[in-house]
Design a protein around this ligand. Structure first.
Ligand SMILES: [Zn+2]
Length: 428
């Protein structure tokens, strides 16, 4: 969902609270030895902005607890919010930056070389979004098929000549695609696998349409980076899985597939590109073992790695709470800056509400005029800050703190302070 800005609130409000199911078994190995590993404050769906403050405050909240599988070590949410409510009504906004397009072009070039794709080969993408990536394969002469559950996105991609099937990627759909267009030599899934509750079914579907010498490439956020860099706010209901290499190796082996290479990449604060082939088809590179060793050194295969992470998050929350108490106690007025999905996790976990911040500034016109999920703070445009001045701004989109502070130099010149909550508390 890298390129999609989603505001699902209005549709959800009309429909009522989305359903939730509780999973009892590990998403990767089917074991029932699941232990709570990291407990965060319950929230509504992170992108469920509403049309009134009252509606936000009335929203249902869902548990946000990461569990660790005692058998394979995989970290995952067990409380699964209905994916139809989270993804089908995504409003498509073309947010594809030139840098991101260049990244996708480079990805296609690399895949063509590594997999040995030639003109006429079939490339399939799961979660193909607006078809930008498939367009590069098409330009290189390959036949392409996209699959995406978001209706508006699939329709717009098909209209722009990237054949895109609107739906979830199932085994029967994969068989139909293979029957119609031939087996795929490359199946790719970027930033979608962590959203899928039944990952085993998707991998069976991949296997059903992959050619004998074909490869499956997936990109997911890397738990090692998430923990190392303190990115706990990437935990929200859309992200069901927090992947690392060791459990994935075992998972694919059970499907007669092999993780033959892993690359660590910079996307989303740190991700892995996992390359999978049929068992025995390629030699496994040393990168796979290197990742597993780094994960074990960080104790992420054990409960203690999560316990120390929880302690760090709790300490940060306390420090931020004390700082905000001090500022508001001195009569200062606060606001938030940035309303990305992850701000929902951050605000609930650190207790940020109307008692410390009055509104949230966000540059996306799609969110302005709406209210933050569960807490009901109004989302406003930057101009509002000038007419209703705050004394301090909590940077909720903290990964963009540097450009936000630079672009709002007038605010600090006027004596305003920026409170950057993560990765460590800083006051600018
Ligand atoms: Zn497991």
């Amino acid at each position: 969902m890298t390129k999609t800005v989603g505001v699902a609130g209005a549709a959800n409000a009309a429909r009522g609270s989305p359903a939730i199911i509780r999973r009892e078994r590990c998403r990767l190995c089917d074991s029932n030895q699941l232990e709570p590993a990291l407990s965060l404050t319950a929230t509504p769906p992170a992108n469920a902005f509403t049309t009134s403050s009252e509606a936000a405050l009335a929203q249902q909240r869902y548990p946000l607890d990461v569990h660790r599988c005692g058998a394979c070590g995989h970290a995952q949410l067990l409380d699964v919010v209905d994916p139809a409510a989270l993804f089908e009504d995504y409003v498509y906004v073309s947010g594809t930056s030139p840098a991101f397009v260049a990244h996708l072009e480079a990805y296609a070039g690399r895949a063509i070389d590594t997999v040995g794709l030639v003109a006429g080969d079939h490339v399939l993408e799961i979660g193909s979004n607006d078809g930008t990536l498939l367009g590069f394969f098409k330009n290189a002469g390959m036949r392409v098929t996209g699959v995406d559950p978001a209706r508006a996105i699939a329709e717009s991609a098909s209209a722009s000549s990237i054949p895109t099937i609107n739906g979830f990627f199932t085994e029967s759909l994969a068989r139909d695609i293979a029957a119609q267009h031939g087996p795929a030599k490359l199946v790719c899934a970027n930033n979608v696998c962590a959203h899928i509750d039944n990952l085993a079914a998707v991998v069976r579907a991949v296997s059903a349409c992959l050619s004998g010498d074909g490869q499956f490439w997936l990109e997911v956020s890397y738990l090692l980076d998430v923990v190392d860099k303190g990115l706990f706010d990437t935990i929200y209901h859309e992200h069901l899985d927090y992947h690392r290499v060791e459990p994935l190796v075992r998972f694919f082996a059970r499907h007669d597939l092999c993780v033959w290479d892993v690359e660590r990449i910079a996307s989303h604060g740190g991700s892995i590109r996992v390359k999978v082939c049929r068992a025995g088809a390629r030699q496994v590179t040393p990168a796979v073992g290197q990742c597993v060793a780094a994960e074990q050194a960080a104790r992420l295969h054990l409960a203690e790695g999560f316990a120390s992470w929880q302690a760090r998050i709790d300490a940060l929350g306390l420090a931020l709470g004390e700082k905000l108490h001090e500022l508001t106690g001195a009569g200062l007025r606060g606001a938030g800056y940035g309303a990305p999905a992850k701000a929902t996790t951050l605000m609930f976990q650190f207790g940020l509400d109307a008692s410390s911040i009055e509104y949230i500034v966000d540059d996306s016109p799609w969110k302005q005029g709406l209210y933050s999920p569960g807490i009901g703070l109004p989302v406003v445009a930057g101009d509002y800050l000038k007419s209703n001045p705050a004394d301090f701004l909590v940077v909720l989109a903290w990964n963009f703190a540097t450009p936000i502070i630079r672009n709002n130099a007038w605010f600090t010149e006027r004596g305003g302070r920026f409170v950057v909550p993560l990765p460590r508390l800083e006051i600018v």
